[in-house]
Design a protein around this ligand. Structure first.
Ligand code: PXL
Length: 285
C-alpha cells in the first residue's frame, strides 16, 4: 500500500457556498490523503455575491495551532494555503511554514485575491505584495489571471491572450516562485479555456485547454486547486495534474449547470468524486 500523505490545509471555512476548506477537505480526503486543517476565519458564506455574511477572524489561533503541531513533531508532506483574510495573516502563514515544514514538504499556495480583474473587496491594496512574499515560499502556485497581474503589479488585461502574453506572465511568476506554476483562466479565443503550466525544474511549458462552459460558477478555483494537488500528491507530472484538475472542474460545472441552481451556491463537485478517483488511478508515465 502507498504511504498516506499528510496535508495541512490552511484556508477559511465558508460555512455555506462550497469553497475553501469545505472543498479542500473532501477532495483531498477522497483522494486518500490525511487532511489536517487550520481554519483562518469562519464565515457564514463566502464573500462572492452574498451580503451580510458573518466573519469570525481566527488570526490569533493560527500560530498556537502550528506551535502545538511543532511540539508534537508532526510531519507534513504538504502545506496547502488558500484564502487568507489579511496582510497580517500572510505574514503569520510564513511563520507557520517555518514551524511545520521541512525540506521534503511540498508547499502549494493558491494566492486567492480576486477575479475578473478586481481584487476582492475584503482585501486592502497592500494585500497583493504580502501575498507575493508568501508565493516566494511556495513550491507550487496556482494564480488565476487576475491574481497573476496583481502578483506582478501589472495592469489587468482581460483576454483573449496571446501566447506571448502568457509566456510573459509565466516568466514573471517564475521569478517570484521558481518551482511550479499553474496559471488558470488562460484563453486564446472565446471557445476554449484552461491553464498554462511552467515547471521551473524542467523548464517545460504546457497549455491545457477545455471547451468553455458559459457562466460564472463560484468555488471552481478551489475545486481546481484541490484536485490539482490531489494529482500532484499521487505523483502525476504538473501538466498531467493540471489536465486532471481541468477535467474534474469541467465535470463539476456541467453537473451543476444541469441542476440549474443559484451559481453562488457552488458547484456539485461531490457527484464527480468517483470520476476524480478513477482519473487518479490511471497509469503515470
Ligand atoms: O474560493 C475562494 C474564496 C475563499 N474564501 C472566501 C471567499 C472566496 C472567494 O470569493 O469569499 C471567504
Amino acid at each position: 500500500m502507498e504511504k498516506q500523505k499528510r496535508v495541512a490545509a490552511i484556508h477559511d471555512i465558508s460555512c455555506f457556498g462550497k469553497c475553501s476548506l469545505t472543498v479542500a477537505l473532501p477532495v483531498l480526503s477522497a483522494a486518500g490523503n490525511e487532511v489536517c486543517c487550520i481554519p483562518t476565519a469562519v464565515l457564514s458564506t463566502h464573500t462572492g455575491g452574498f451580503s451580510g455574511y458573518t466573519y469570525r477572524d481566527l488570526t490569533e489561533d493560527i500560530l498556537p495551532v502550528a506551535d502545538h503541531w511543532n511540539n508534537l513533531s508532526i510531519h507534513f508532506d504538504c502545506v496547502y494555503t488558500g484564502f487568507l483574510g489579511s496582510v497580517e495573516q500572510t505574514g503569520i502563514i510564513c511563520q507557520v511554514l517555518d514551524r511545520i515544514t521541512n525540506g521534503d514538504t511540498l508547499v502549494m499556495v493558491d494566492p486567492v485575491m480576486g477575479d475578473n480583474g478586481s481584487l476582492y473587496s475584503v482585501f486592502s491594496e497592500h494585500f497583493p505584495s504580502a501575498m507575493r512574499q508568501l508565493c516566494e515560499r511556495a513550491d507550487v502556485i496556482v494564480p488565476n489571471m487576475t491574481e497573476a497581474y496583481l502578483l506582478l503589479g501589472e495592469p489587468y488585461q482581460c483576454g483573449p491572450y496571446t501566447e506571448q502574453e502568457i509566456n510573459h506572465l509565466l516568466d514573471g511568476l517564475s521569478k517570484l516562485c521558481p518551482g511550479q506554476i499553474v496559471l488558470t483562466g488562460v484563453h486564446f479565443d472565446e471557445e476554449m479555456l484552461g491553464a498554462a503550466t511552467l515547471d521551473g525544474h524542467t523548464g517545460k511549458r504546457e497549455i491545457i485547454l477545455r471547451q468553455k462552459v458559459d457562466g460564472m460558477y463560484h468555488g471552481t478555483g478551489d475545486v481546481y486547486a484541490s484536485s490539482l494537488l490531489a494529482a500532484l500528491l499521487k505523483g502525476f507530472s504538473l501538466s498531467q495534474a493540471a489536465a486532471i484538475a481541468a477535467d474534474y472542474t469541467v465535470m463539476a460545472i456541467k453537473t451543476t449547470k444541469q441542476m440549474d441552481k443559484d451559481l453562488r451556491y457552488g458547484v456539485n463537485f461531490e457527484y464527480n468524486i468517483p470520476a476524480l478517483i478513477e482519473m487518479l488511478k490511471e497509469e503515470r508515465p
